[in-house]
Design a protein around this ligand. Structure first.
Ligand SMILES: *[C@@H]1O[C@H](CO)[C@@H](O)[C@H](O)[C@H]1NC(C)=O
Ligand SMILES: *[C@@H]1O[C@H](CO)[C@@H](O)[C@H](O)[C@H]1NC(C)=O
Ligand SMILES: [Zn+2]
Length: 919
C-alpha cells in the first residue's frame, strides 16, 4: 500500500477499520487451524504399486490396534487379557524373526547377502522402585512382569554396540481398551519393523531396539524392568517414547533432552512440536508422566517423547477405540517414527556420541506451519540481544514528541519516560484482562453454579471469556492517562523485546514466541515511520503487518493449550479451580495473540474506548447466558465417574464408593440417585474424608485425594460366600513370616507376605519407622506412613518385602491401642496394615461377557492372525467366571447410568477387596 493509502485509512472510524482488518483477523487463524491439524492421507496397501517397495500402511497399523483393543480387550496388568496380549506379541515377534531370516537367506541366494539380523527376547522379571507422584512418596513392587524386545541390527558386534530404543506399552489402564493409548504406538512399531526389514537396500549401521513394554499403566514397572535388568540395556544411547493421551491430530513432540535428538527430529517429514510444549510438560503442571522418566532415571540417556494429544476426552476411558482415532493419525506417527529410525540407525547417526547422559535442551525449536526451526540458546541470546538494541535505536530515532510545548517531556530522553509509561500501560492491560475473565469465572461458578460449561468443545472457552478479557483490558485503559497510539506501539515492542531477552537469559527457550511476535511489530514501526514520517495516527496496514505473526503463532499456541488443558480439567480432581484456570488461559493466550489491541484502544480516544467497553460487556452478558444454559458433558465428552464396589474381608461389609475427577456441578444428585437405587435400605451417601490414612481408595492412591468421594452401604447379597475371606477358596491374606523381635535393639525384622489369589493391583499401607527394607536404599528415617503398590503377571498370587522396623516407644503407639495399660514390646511392634486390591474378574466393562463385535473389523483380512484371534477369544471365554455380586451390580449400574445421564457419564466400575489387619 502507498503512503497515500495510509493517510486515507487514518480517517476511518473504529468499526470501518475493524471491518477492513476482518479478513486478516479471521483468515489468519482459520488458515493456521487448518494447517495445525493437517494430517497425511492414510495409506492402505502394504506395497507401493509403483516402486514395488514396502510402505507404511495405516490400515495395517489400525488392524493391529483393533486386534489388541477389541479382540483381546482391556489389557490391564494382571488380567488374563494382559497375558493374552503378551502371548500374541511374543508369537508375532518370533514370526518377525523368522521372516528376517528368510529375507537374509533369499538375499544369499541372490548373491548379495543382506546385513540384517532380528533377535527376540521375552524378558520376565520382578523388582521394585520408588515412584513419587503428586507430592506423595510411593513404592511399586512387581512380580514376573514381561517385556517383548526385538533388536534389529546388521548382525555384527560393532552394529550392536550403539542402539536407539523405541518404546511403546502394550498394556492398557484399568478402565480402557487403550486403542490409541498405546496399542496404536505398538502397531506403529510393528509396521516400522516390517517396512525397514523388507526394504532391500536398508542395512542398519547401528541397531534399533524395539521395546514392547508390558506394564506402563501400573506406574512404569516394565520400563524400569528393562532399564535395570535387561542384558542389552547398556547399548542404548538414546530412546524414543511413543504415547497417546488423545485420538486426533498430529503426534506432538513434547519432550526432548539433547540437541542431537532435536536435530534428528528436524528430519521427520511432518514435524510437530515446540520448546514451549517441552517446557510446559517438564514443569510438571500437567501431573502427567511417561516411561520417559524411567529411561532417564535408569538408563541415563537422552530421548524424545511424542504423543497424540488432540481430543483427549476419551483418554483412559472405554471410548479409546480404533473407531475414534482420526484417519491420518497413525500415518503421521508412522511416517515420523520411520524417518527418525532411518536416520538414527544410519552412518550419519549421532548415537555413538550420545554418552553425556541427558540435558535440559539448549536448543530453541518449534514447528511453524509445517516447517521446523531450531537454533541454539547461544544463537538465541545473541539474536535477541541485537534485536533489543535495534528496537531501542528504532524507538529512539522514530520518537516524535507528541506535545513539544511541555518542557519536561520535550527534553532529549523524553522517549524513555513516555515508553516506560506505555510499557506500564501494557502490563496494566494484561492484568485488566486477567481480572475481567476471573470476575466472569466467579459469576459462572459461584453466582450461577454453572462451572465447566465449556468442557465439551476445547475452544469454546474463547467465546465465553474472550470478550470479557477485552472488556477488562480496555477498562484499564480508561483509567490510565491517554497515551499516544504511536508510543503504545513502540512501548509494546520494547516490552516484548525485553521479555524475550530476559526469558532467554534465564534459560527459557519459550522466549522464542515473544520474539516471533515482536519482530514484525519492529518492521511495521519502521515502515510506518518511513512512510508517514512518524506523524499522525499509525497506518492501518501497520496493524495488519504487526498482527500477522502473533495471530499465526498465537493460534497454534491456543490450539495446543486448549487441546491439552480443557479435557484435563475433566480429570484434575474436584477441588481444582478449573473455571479460573481456563478463564486465565483465555486471557493469557489472547493477550499474546492480539497484542495490537493495546495501541488500537488508544487510537480513537476515551469516548470510543468507552463504547468498546460497553459493547464487549454486553457481549459478555450474552455469552454468560448462552453458556449457563449449556451442559458440560455429552456422549463424546463424558464425565468420568469412579465407582468401587468394595468387599471388606475382615468385617464382611460391602460398600459402594463413588468419586469424580472434575468439579462440575451435579455429582451430589447423581450420587443420591445411585444410593436410592442400589444402596442398602435406608442408607444414605456419606462424603468421605480423604487423607493418607483412609484406605478405601488406595488402589488409586495418591490420585484418590482429588476425588472427594462418597460412600454408600450396599445391601447384603443372598447366598454369597466370599472366596476372599480366610477359609474361602482364594483367601486374601497379609502375614508376617521370619518374624524376629530384638528386645535389645528394639527392632523387629520380618518378611511381610501378601497372598492375593484372584486379586490384582494390591496395595498396602501402614505406619512404621522403617530402618531397612528391600524396596530401596533410603526409607525415611522417621515414623511415617508408607504406601506400597503391587502389579504382577496374571496368575501370580504372592509378593513379599523384607523389612526391619524400629519398635516405637510407648508414647507413639499408646494412642492407637484400645487399653490404658502400658503396651508390651510385642504389642508396640505390631503393624496395622490397610490392604486392598482389585478382583481380577470384576471390572466393567472390561470383563463383561459381551463378546466384541468383530463383524465390522475391516482391517483383519490383512493380518494373518484370524485363526489366532478366534483362539484368543476362546481362551478369554474359558477363563470367564459367572458374574459375582460386583459384576451383577455393575451390569445394572452401568445400564442405569447410561439411561439416567443419556450416555454422558463414563463409569470406571471396579470390584475391590480389602480390609485392615494387625500383624
Ligand atoms: C549420566 O551420565 C553422565 C555422563 O556419563 C554423568 O556425568 C552423570 O553423572 C550421569 N547421571 C546419573 C544420574 O547417573
Ligand atoms: C462448581 O460449582 C459448584 C456450585 O454449583 C461448586 O460447589 C463447586 O465447588 C464448583 N467446582 C469447582 C471445581 O470449583
Ligand atoms: Zn499410555
Amino acid at each position: 500500500m502507498s503512503s497515500k493509502g495510509a493517510t486515507t485509512t487514518a480517517r476511518w472510524g473504529p468499526f470501518k477499520s475493524l471491518l477492513v482488518l476482518a479478513p486478516l483477523l479471521i483468515g489468519a487463524p482459520t488458515f493456521t487451524v487448518y494447517q495445525h491439524y493437517a494430517l497425511p492421507n492414510p495409506i492402505t496397501e502394504l506395497i507401493n504399486p509403483q516402486t514395488n517397495l514396502p510402505q507404511l500402511s495405516e490400515a495395517q497399523i489400525l488392524s493391529y490396534s483393533k486386534l489388541l483393543s477389541e479382540d483381546i480387550g482391556y489389557r490391564t496388568v494382571g488380567t488374563i487379557e494382559h497375558a493374552l496380549a503378551d502371548e500374541w506379541l511374543t508369537k508375532k515377534a518370533h514370526e518377525i524373526k523368522n521372516e528376517c531370516e528368510e529375507i537374509v537367506n533369499r538375499s544369499k541366494e541372490n548373491g548379495k547377502e543382506r546385513k540384517l539380523e532380528c533377535e527376540v527376547w521375552r524378558q520376565q522379571g520382578s523388582g521394585s522402585h520408588r515412584f513419587d507422584m503428586m507430592g506423595k512418596r510411593l513404592y511399586k513392587t512387581y512380580v514376573d512382569l514381561t517385556n517383548i524386545i526385538i533388536r534389529v541390527s546388521n548382525g555384527t558386534p560393532e552394529g550392536k554396540e550403539h542402539a536407539v530404543l523405541v518404546n511403546a506399552h502394550l498394556d492398557s489402564t484399568l478402565p480402557s481398551p487403550g486403542a490409541a493409548d498405546d496399542a496404536l504406538s505398538v502397531a506403529v512399531m510393528l509396521e516400522c519393523i516390517r517396512v525397514l526389514t523388507n526394504t532391500p537396500t536398508w542395512e542398519p549401521v547401528h541397531s534399533i531396539i524395539f521395546l514392547f513394554n508390558h506394564a506402563e499403566e501400573s506406574l512404569q514397572d516394565a520400563s524400569q524392568l528393562f532399564s535395570t535388568q535387561h542384558p542389552i540395556r547398556d547399548s542404548v544411547r538414546a530412546f524414543i517414547n511413543l504415547e497417546a493421551a488423545g485420538t486426533v491430530g498430529p503426534e506432538l513432540l513434547f519432550q526432548a533432552t539433547s540437541e542431537q535428538m532435536i536435530e534428528a527430529y528436524s528430519r521427520v517429514p511432518r514435524p510437530f512440536g515446540t520448546v514451549v510444549a517441552n517446557e510446559v510438560f517438564s514443569s510438571g503442571v500437567l501431573l502427567s508422566d511417561t516411561d520417559f522418566r524411567q529411561f532417564e532415571l535408569y538408563l541415563n540417556v537422552t530421548g524424545l517423547d511424542m504423543a497424540v494429544v488432540g481430543n483427549s476426552y476419551m483418554y483412559h476411558t472405554r471410548k479409546d477405540l480404533v473407531e475414534n482415532i482420526q484417519p491420518g493419525v497413525a500415518q503421521h506417527m508412522a511416517d515420523n517414527v520411520h524417518a527418525l529410525l532411518l536416520y538414527l540407525s544410519s552412518s550419519e547417526s549421532p548415537l555413538p556420541a550420545l554418552d553425556f547422559g541427558y540435558t535440559r535442551p539448549s536448543t530453541v525449536f518449534f514447528s511453524h506451519l509445517g516447517y521446523f526451526f531450531k537454533y541454539s540458546y547461544s544463537t538465541a541470546r545473541i539474536l535477541y540481544s541485537i534485536f533489543l538494541v535495534a528496537s531501542l535505536v528504532l524507538v529512539a530515532f522514530t520518537w516524535q514528541n507528541p506535545a513539544p510545548a511541555l518542557k519536561s517531556s520535550g527534553r532529549r530522553g523524553g522517549w524513555i519516560k513516555e515508553n516506560l509509561k506505555a510499557t506500564g500501560a501494557a502490563g496494566v492491560t494484561f492484568i485488566g484482562a486477567l481480572i475481567g475473565v476471573n470476575l466472569v469465572a466467579a459469576v459462572m461458578q459461584y453466582a450461577l453454579g454453572r462451572n465447566m460449561s465449556w468442557y465439551a468443545v476445547e475452544l469454546s472457552a474463547l467465546a465465553l471469556y474472550g470478550p470479557a478479557a477485552l472488556a477488562g483490558a480496555f477498562s484499564t485503559q480508561l483509567l490510565v492517562a491517554r497515551l499516544p497510539e504511536r508510543t503504545m506501539f513502540s512501548g509494546l515492542l520494547l516490552s516484548l523485546a525485553f521479555s524475550t531477552v530476559f526469558l532467554q537469559f534465564i534459560g527459557i527457550g519459550s522466549a522464542a514466541i515473544f520474539f516471533l511476535s515482536a519482530a514484525p511489530i519492529f518492521v511495521s514501526i519502521l515502515l510506518d515511520s518511513l512512510s508517514t514520517g512518524g506523524k499522525g495516527p499509525m497506518s492501518l496496514w501497520a496493524y495488519a503487518l504487526g498482527q500477522i505473526s502473533p495471530l499465526l503463532t498465537g493460534t497454534q499456541v491456543i490450539c495446543t493449550v486448549f487441546d491439552v488443558f480443557v479435557p484435563l480439567t475433566g480429570r484434575t480432581g474436584r477441588e481444582a479451580p478449573a473455571e479460573h484456570i481456563i478463564a486465565s488461559l483465555v486471557s493469557i493466550t489472547g493477550s499474546y495473540t492480539l497484542p495490537l489491541v493495546l495501541p488500537f484502544s488508544h487510537r480513537y480516544g476515551p469516548s470510543v474506548l468507552k463504547r468498546f467497553v460497553v459493547i464487549l460487556s454486553a457481549i459478555t452478558l450474552v455469552m454468560v447466558a448462552v453458556f449457563a444454559a449449556r451442559e458440560p458433558f455429552d456422549e463424546l465428552h463424558q464425565k468420568r465417574l469412579f465407582v468401587l464396589s468394595s468387599e471388606n474381608v475382615t468385617t464382611g461389609e460391602r460398600h459402594l464408593h463413588i468419586g469424580a475427577a472434575d468439579g462440575a456441578p451435579g455429582l451430589e444428585a447423581l450420587v443420591e440417585g445411585i444410593t436410592a437405587e442400589f444402596g442398602a435400605v435406608g442408607s444414605s451417601a456419606v462424603q468421605e474424608k480423604m487423607d493418607d490414612w483412609n484406605g478405601d481408595w488406595d488402589i488409586l492412591y495418591p490420585f484418590s485425594a482429588f476425588m472427594s468421594p462418597y460412600k454408600v452401604e450396599l445391601p447384603p447379597v443372598k447366598d454369597y460366600a466370599s472366596p476372599y475371606v480366610v477359609g474361602g477358596s482364594m483367601p486374601f491374606v497379609i502375614e508376617a513370616i521370619n518374624d524376629v523381635i530384638d528386645e535389645g535393639k528394639q527392632t523387629r525384622s520380618l518378611t511381610l507376605r501378601v497372598r492375593h489369589p484372584g486379586v490384582i493391583w494390591t496395595v498396602i499401607a501402614f505406619d512404621a519407622h522403617v530402618l531397612w527394607w528391600t524396596l530401596d536404599d533410603s526409607p525415611p528415617d522417621e515414623y511415617a506412613r508408607h504406601h506400597i503398590k503391587e502389579g504382577s503377571f496374571y496368575g501370580v498370587d504372592t509378593w513379599t518385602i523384607d523389612l526391619v522396623i524400629r519398635i516405637p516407644s510407648p508414647g507413639i503407639v499408646a494412642s492407637t491401642l484400645d487399653s490404658d495399660k502400658v503396651p508390651s514390646t510385642k504389642e508396640r511392634a505390631q503393624l496395622k496394615v490397610n490392604f486392598m486390591g482389585v478382583q481380577e474378574t470384576a471390572m466393567w466393562p472390561g470383563k463383561s461377557h459381551r463378546t466384541p463385535d468383530t463383524s465390522s473389523s475391516g482391517g483383519h483380512s490383512q493380518t494373518s492372525s484370524d485363526l489366532y484371534v478366534a483362539e484368543l477369544q476362546k481362551k478369554r471365554e474359558d477363563a470367564a467366571l459367572p458374574y459375582g455380586p460386583a459384576m451383577q451390580l455393575f451390569e445394572k449400574l452401568d445400564g442405569w447410568l447410561e439411561e439416567r445421564t443419556g450416555g454422558k457419564v463414563d463409569g470406571m466400575l471396579v470390584g475391590s477387596v480389602g480390609g485392615i489387619v494387625v500383624i
